[in-house]
Design a protein around this ligand. Structure first.
Ligand SMILES: Nc1ncnc2c1ncn2[C@@H]1O[C@H](COP(=O)(O)OP(=O)(O)OP(=O)(O)O)[C@@H](O)[C@H]1O
Ligand SMILES: C[C@@](O)(CCOP(=O)(O)OP(=O)(O)O)CC(=O)O
Length: 386
């Protein structure tokens, strides 16, 4: 007995109000609301195929062509989807006793601070929901994989509500606006390092919760105000306001990392030089045209509007010259480089400080792949091992 093969793709999301700190480590319940933009799956995505098979003795998962342990977090997601399917009476109960095989790939570096866990768990849970025909909201199940994954279940701009119930049933993601709402919004991911980070998000935020006083101030006073303001800025397409809150919130998150004891850092000298560059560029431009935000790593995510992309990419190439400019910018195609007088106001730095740039935009949530390009054969065997 073997089920159909289900294959789905899911997006990454980059927060503009950061999730940092849990009120419950097992259920992955956050201390504060967070807000993010979901990025286009045509540029960055996780892809996952799943099936249920009678002949398996344990649940199995391959990640980027290597068999990896079926972790507690994956197990929690699977258990919860099955419980949902049982309560929705959506499949034959016999089916719920079968073990599953999953095979997943990311088309960008994994565990490098590029939100692979968000895309990966959203993808896994969305695929399982299709397999078991679960119809209700699955953001609270994706959350059990990785907190930020619950926001990747929806496209456009998304808010994860911290909720207050001990069982986490109100800690869900909702869409603020879909991807078509602000079509000019773009993102540039400046990849400074794509190696695995030293302090995991899970570990780092646990230290912050225990030791950072600034974190308490952030959760109580700053985030509630900022969240309302940025939701309004998104609804009104007010870029300068959106950008200012985004930058302040990123800076506060990294200040909390330093305020933790022992402290840890994710940004490096190159990250800080990007911060300086963006502030100088906005000042010279006479308006806030670009926002930076940094997750638990040294890479920058810049949010900006389409009309400014050519100038900003030209500026980045000018200040952080690549040895090989071919392939330096991947993703969407952009208009020609510009040679504006603004560039002359910036001194080039050493070569290759930025490895490459991913140019993308706000996009939709997960979707089922219908072109038959599964990562598992029809009999459930692994395509990459053939
Ligand atoms: N496609 C995927 N399918 C299932 N699990 C995945 C997938 N991609 C990543 N993961 C899980 O997420 C882990 C990486 O998460 P981690 O938080 O370390 O990095 P990141 O998500 O790239 O960074 P950050 O969350 O700080 O932006 C992997 O080790 C794996 O357990
Ligand atoms: C800095 C962040 O990217 C932190 C993401 O943390 P994770 O979702 O990776 O943490 P766990 O819930 O422990 O798996 C900010 C954000 O995405 O909001």
């Amino acid at each position: 007995m073997i089920s159909d093969i289900i294959t789905v793709i899911a997006p990454v999301n980059i927060a503009v109000i950061k999730y940092w700190g849990k009120r419950d480590e097992d259920l992955i319940l956050p201390l504060n609301d967070s807000v993010s933009a979901t990025l286009d799956t045509n540029v960055m995505c996780a892809k996952t195929s799943v099936c249920a098979r009678q002949d398996l003795i344990e649940d199995e998962i391959w990640l980027n062509k290597e068999k990896v342990p079926f972790s507690n977090r994956l197990q929690n997601c699977l258990k919860e989807i099955k419980a949902r399917a049982a309560s929705e009476n959506s499949v034959d109960p016999i089916f719920l006793h079968l073990k599953i095989r999953a095979c997943s790939e990311n088309n960008f570096p994994t565990a490098a601070g590029l939100a692979s866990s968000a895309a990966g768990y959203a993808c896994f849970v969305f695929a399982l929901a299709k397999l078991y025909k679960v119809k209700s909201d699955i953001s609270s199940i994706a959350r059990l994989g990785s907190g930020s994954a619950c926001r990747s279940v929806y496209g456009g701009f998304v808010r994860w509500h911290a909720g207050s119930k001990p069982d986490g049933s109100d800690s869900v993601a909702t869409q603020i606006a879909d991807a078509s709402h602000w079509p000019e919004m773009r993102a540039l991911i400046l990849v400074v390092g794509d190696k695995k980070k030293e302090t995991s998000s899970t570990g780092g935020m646990a230290v912050s919760v225990k030791t950072s006083e600034l974190m308490r101030h952030r959760v109580e006073y700053c985030v509630p105000q900022r969240t309302e303001l940025i939701v309004d800025a998104i609804k009104n397409k007010d870029f300068p306001k959106f950008a200012e809150i985004t930058m302040k919130d990123s800076n506060q998150f990294h200040a909390i990392c330093l305020d933790s004891y022992p402290p840890f850092v994710y940004m490096n000298d190159i990250s800080h030089s990007i911060v300086g560059l963006i502030h100088k560029y906005n000042e010279i431009s006479g308006k806030v045209k670009v926002a930076y935000t940094f997750d638990a790593g040294s890479n920058a995510c810049l949010y900006l509007l389409e009309e400014d992309v050519s100038e900003v990419i030209s500026l980045i190439k000018h200040v952080y010259p690549p040895s090989n400019s071919k392939g330096f910018v991947t993703g969407l195609s952009y208009v020609e480089d510009v040679n504006s007088k603004i560039l002359k106001m910036f001194q080039p730095k050493d070569k290759d400080l930025i490895k490459y740039v991913i140019y993308t935009k706000v996009g939709d949530g997960p979707s089922e792949v219908t072109d038959g390009s599964h990562l598992l054969n029809r009999d459930g065997s692994l395509i990459h091992l053939m």
